[in-house]
Design a protein around this ligand. Structure first.
Ligand code: NAD
Length: 489
């Protein structure tokens, strides 16, 4: 099959596709075959200026519209996304290599939920308050920040473009979004749909680029906020650059999250949760529960069921609806994951299953077998560093206090999970685990209604829910004097 996904041009600015061939070439590669499916250009400084100028010009009029009118456009965009779910899902699969079985239910649909949710709450979520002060009073109002920049990672290109765009636009801001250079396609489709839904031009712009382009956006004087989804090292750089001009920042960064399975848990649910939390999207999910702590009494049974179910995973052509696991996003990421597998073996972990390249797929694709290590100890590299691939580490533990201390012994704090039949213990444990998003008896579910984001080095700020609106707006307070001014001089 010859795959083509060439967009009309590299960038979408001020309501239309724009090209500037002076920018360095970005090749979009289909990870399942290694084929180049599109060639785009990174934004030149002139393109960056054009996008920010368009956003700056369009934003005041958008902010002056009623929130209901803004919301109506976002809700229309949600409808169009749902109507085109198949097409968008195929594009997402081409962009990322994730199986269509996943993209059809988890990507454009999640983006549509975001436009629907923020479209719906725009009218009620931005209200201020009235503060009585005796005769005088004060009131507060939520105002937009202005031009917001979104910078995306490559694991959920369409979802990230929507999770940042929807609350930003609902709150009356304009956005310039830069997708990851590994997955440049999805965000352009989102920009097109928003404009088809009636979004005035200039409010949602997409420019391509890499780590050289990002700083041009982050350092720009006309940008009020930067929301990054990426790794911790990139987060440190972006936050430091944004601090130079005191920009608002949201940082959605990496993790090494603990998933704790007590011996009274429903083992099949716990195995299923651990598999979803390690193999979904070929393990390229920031909130994955990559340190699976299993209470010693059920270790053998847990590993037996986990091994059998992992070995039954269907790996293959991501466009085949039966395929459950696709390739990594890039050759570099595949090599990185395989090098962690080697470290795991060298440092003494027991390889339960996987660890290599599946033999039923094209050698040109970036595939890695779903891999389980047991007898992992806290000091091993694979237990400390984010691998961002389908590699699960199973660690043993004996008691509750011990597992809480070990679960928290990491610089990250994105997520955590607990499987147990004892509800009191479940709440006691999640209360003590240091993470921004936690699950009891399930894992990795992130509907738009709930806040998502990390503690510690995993970042700050929250996406989704009413909380995201707060991160795309600021508070103005107005004190109203109702009497004569009594001055002592
Ligand atoms: P990355 O940090 O390499 O890149 C992220 C984005 O930042 C890319 O668009 C990149 O071009 C840009 N960038 C790189 N250097 C920059 C700089 N100096 N200034 C501005 N922009 C710059 O991350 P990645 O490899 O694309 O994604 C994987 C990482 O993202 C993992 O660590 C993962 O955990 C994290 N992630 C976090 C979440 C979350 O919501 N917490 C979600 C998905 C992925």
């Amino acid at each position: 099959m010859t795959l083509k996904a060439q967009p009309k041009a590299s960038h979408f600015i001020d309501g239309e596709y724009v090209e500037d061939e002076a920018g360095s070439v970005i090749e979009s590669i289909y990870p399942a075959t290694g084929e180049v499916i599109a060639r785009l250009h990174a934004a030149t400084p002139a393109i960056v200026e054009k996008a920010i100028a368009a956003a700056k010009r369009a934003q005041p009029e958008w902010a002056a519209m009623s929130p209901t009118a803004r919301g109506r456009i976002l809700k229309r965009a949600a409808e169009i996304m749902r109507e085109r779910n198949r097409e968008l899902s195929e594009l997402e699969t081409l962009d990322t290599g994730k199986p269509i079985q996943e993209t059809i239910v988890a990507d454009a649909t999640s983006g549509a939920d975001s436009f629907e949710f923020f479209g719906g709450i725009a009218a009620a979520g931005l209200n201020g308050s009235y503060i009585p002060l005796g005769g005088d009073f004060a009131y507060t109002k939520r105002v937009p920040l202005g031009v917001c920049v979104g910078i995306g990672a490559w694991n959920y290109p369409q979802q990230i473009a929507c999770w940042k765009g929807a609350p930003a636009l609902a709150a009356g801001n304009a956005m310039v979004f830069k997708p990851s250079e590994n997955t440049p396609l999805g965000a352009l489709a989102i920009a097109e749909i928003l404009h088809e839904a009636g979004l005035p031009k200039g409010l949602y712009n997409v420019i391509q680029g890499d780590r050289e382009t990002g700083p041009l956006l982050v350092n720009h004087a006309d940008v009020a906020k930067v929301s990054l989804t990426g790794s911790v090292p990139t987060g440190r750089k972006v936050a430091a650059a944004a601090a130079g001009s005191l920009k608002h920042v949201t940082m959605e960064l990496g993790g090494k999250s603990p998933l704790v399975v007590f011996d009274d848990a429903d083992i099949d649910s716990a195995v299923g949760g651990a598999m979803l939390g390690n193999f979904y999207s070929t393990g390229q999910v920031c909130s994955n529960g990559t340190r699976v702590f299993v209470q010693r009494k059920i270790k053998a049974e847990f590993l037996k069921r986990l091994k059998a179910r992992t070995e039954a995973i269907l790996i293959g052509d991501p466009m085949d609806e039966a395929t459950q696991l696709g390739p990594m996003v890039s050759w570099a990421q595949r090599d990185k994951v395989l090098s962690y597998v080697e470290k795991g073996k060298a440092e003494g972990a027991t390889l339960v299953t996987g660890g290599g390249i599946p033999n039923n797929v094209s050698g040109e694709g970036y595939y890695v077998q779903p891999t389980v290590f047991a007898d992992v100890t806290d000091d091993m590299t694979i237990a400390r560093e984010e691998i961002f691939g389908p590699v699960m580490c199973v660690l043993d533990f004996d008691d509750e206090a011990e597992v809480i201390a070990r679960g928290n012994a990491t610089e990250f704090g994105l997520s955590a999970g607990v499987f147990t039949a004892d509800l009191t213990r479940a709440h006691r444990v999640v209360d003590q685990l240091e993470a921004g998003t936690l699950w009891i008896n399930t894992y990795n579910l992130c509907p738009v209604e709930i806040p998502f984001g990390g503690l510690k080095q995993s970042g700050f700020g929250r996406e989704n829910s009413l909380a995201a609106l707060e991160h795309y707006s600021e508070l103005k307070t107005v004190y109203v004097g109702m009497g004569k001014v009594e001055a002592p001089y």
